[in-house]
Design a protein around this ligand. Structure first.
Ligand code: SAH
Length: 443
């Protein structure tokens, strides 16, 4: 079994782009490699190119306030000992190396306060030999849990709640789950916080369905943190590195939280993808809208739409929006979100985005603007070739991986599109990752 704790792997996944492996994503990546992706050689090329520029040339120094006791074991922050301005310079250079062959790269948009931005926090629980309970992350390549009590990137309140859960497990004498033997009960806690509304979701992940003294446990957790708005019990009995299992029961509240982005309200359930840095996401979406130049008449596709965030913001400025997304939970949230925002000009489809675009192209459907926001693996040829056939005036490509974005830009610019410019956004301070939005216009 793969067991990693690396933020390198962070990316866009429904399940958990948090310091650990996501087998869901690994599975999908393989599927792409075998079945769909035809241009993986190009991807390797970019990957190699990227490796050679890794963090070389970055000025490292001890910086007051930027210290983490588990930095080495966690591996989540590659830039703890790098000044924030220097991090931004490095990302700018990296994006330029990859995207400059296609278009101008504008100045990266950084954060004023680059700490505690993660609105989704995950902790795995374990017992130490002396019986005490720890929570944190898996050490890379092992089943060993590295204790993490606070993190410079994670929402502070979420870390406090995880601390309370540790104490409660002790006083309720609840055993933690042992990955190797399958004994024990409590596996993970997942906390999601909503930036605008302040709502907080706690997901308790167990190895089997019964939480002893369930009501008292919930009561005690709420007493310590009355700001929690919902508590969900998730059962994951499988020997897997995926955090969440299929089965879910709501123990308190609605079972989801709501947040606001660009004036729209969104419902977020335990499993659906939601950008982890809300502040930067808002800035990114605003740029996406500006680049789409919608006039109120356009037919828009929001591909890889997650819970429909981009599409819903666009629907206010477009004639009609069609969202497509693979994950069923996310699509369910998207449909509810559209209702909640009283939007009648948006529809969602659960499908592979590539297959969906093929069907659209074969049916000779029309699309004026395509937003695409694929996972780290980028898009695939089925998608790109059908997008070209659909021939929208504009494609707005948002990506959390400039390597695969460069590969896909290579395809699009050879098939009738001109890249107008690229705008990097630092969504993941202290990591090597960078989000970039690129605007393409039909030649
Ligand atoms: N646009 C959304 C989500 C982007 S993350 C937002 O800004 O929040 C990428 C999304 O692509 C995830 O929701 C993931 O489930 C979805 N996805 C991954 N592979 C896909 C595929 N082959 N077809 C459609 N959606 C896919």
């Amino acid at each position: 079994m793969v067991r990693k704790t690396n933020q390198d792997r962070r990316g866009k996944t429904n399940q958990d782009p948090i310091r650990k492996t996501n087998q869901d994503r690994i599975g999908k990546t393989k599927k792409y490699g075998k079945e769909i992706r035809k241009n993986s050689a190009d991807s390797d090329h970019y990957a190699k190119k990227y490796k050679t520029i890794e963090t070389k040339g970055v000025k490292k120094q001890a910086i007051p306030g930027q210290f983490c006791p588990v930095e080495k074991k966690c591996g989540g922050c590659q830039f703890l000992d790098v000044a924030y301005e220097e991090q931004l310079r490095w990302k700018q250079k990296k994006v330029e190396e990859l995207l400059k062959p296609y278009c101008e790269v504008h100045k990266i948009k950084g954060m004023k306060q680059p700490f505690y931005y993660r609105n989704k926090v995950h902790a795995v629980f374990a017992h130490k030999r002396d019986g005490s309970i720890i929570s944190g992350i898996y050490q890379e390549g092992t089943h060993d849990v590295v204790p993490v009590n606070e993190c410079l990137l994670e929402d502070k309140k979420a870390d406090e709640i995880i601390g309370t859960i540790r104490e409660l497990l002790k006083s309720f004498k609840i055993k933690t789950y042992n990955e190797d033997t399958g004994y024990g009960l409590f596996r993970h806690a997942l906390i999601r916080t909503a930036h605008k509304t302040g709502q907080i979701m706690v997901v308790l992940v167990l190895g089997s369905p019964i939480l002893p003294s369930k009501n008292n446990f919930v009561k005690a957790l709420l007493k310590a943190h009355p700001e929690i708005t919902t508590i969900v019990l998730n059962v994951n009995g499988k020997k897997t590195s995926m955090v969440l299992g299929e089965k879910e029961t709501v123990l308190y509240g609605k079972g989801y939280i709501e947040d606001e982005l660009c004036g729209c309200r969104f419902r977020i359930s335990a499993k659906s993808f939601y950008q982890i840095n809300s502040l930067q996401t808002e800035a990114l979406y605003q740029k996406a809208m500006e680049l789409a130049k919608l006039t109120g008449k356009e037919r828009v596709i929001d591909a890889y739409c997650g819970i429909g965030t981009i599409g819903m913001v666009a629907a206010r400025y477009a004639g009609e929006v069609i969202g497509v997304e693979l994950n069923q939970d996310a699509v369910r949230d998207a449909i509810r979100n559209a209702k909640m925002n009283n939007m009648k000009n948006i529809q969602f489809y659960q499908n592979d985005a590539g297959q969906f675009m093929v069907q659209m192209a074969e049916a000779r459907e029309r699309a004026d603007v395509v937003f695409m926001d694929p996972p780290r693996t980028g898009s695939d040829e089925a998608f790109l070739s059908s997008a070209v056939r659909l021939s929208p005036k504009r494609i707005v490509y948002i990506s959390c991986n400039p390597e695969t974005q460069a590969r896909d830009l290579d395809y699009l610019t050879k098939h009738g599109y001109r890249a107008e410019g690229a705008w990097p956004y630092d969504m993941f301070p202290f990591t090597v990752h960078c989000e970039t939005i690129c605007s393409l216009i039909k030649k």
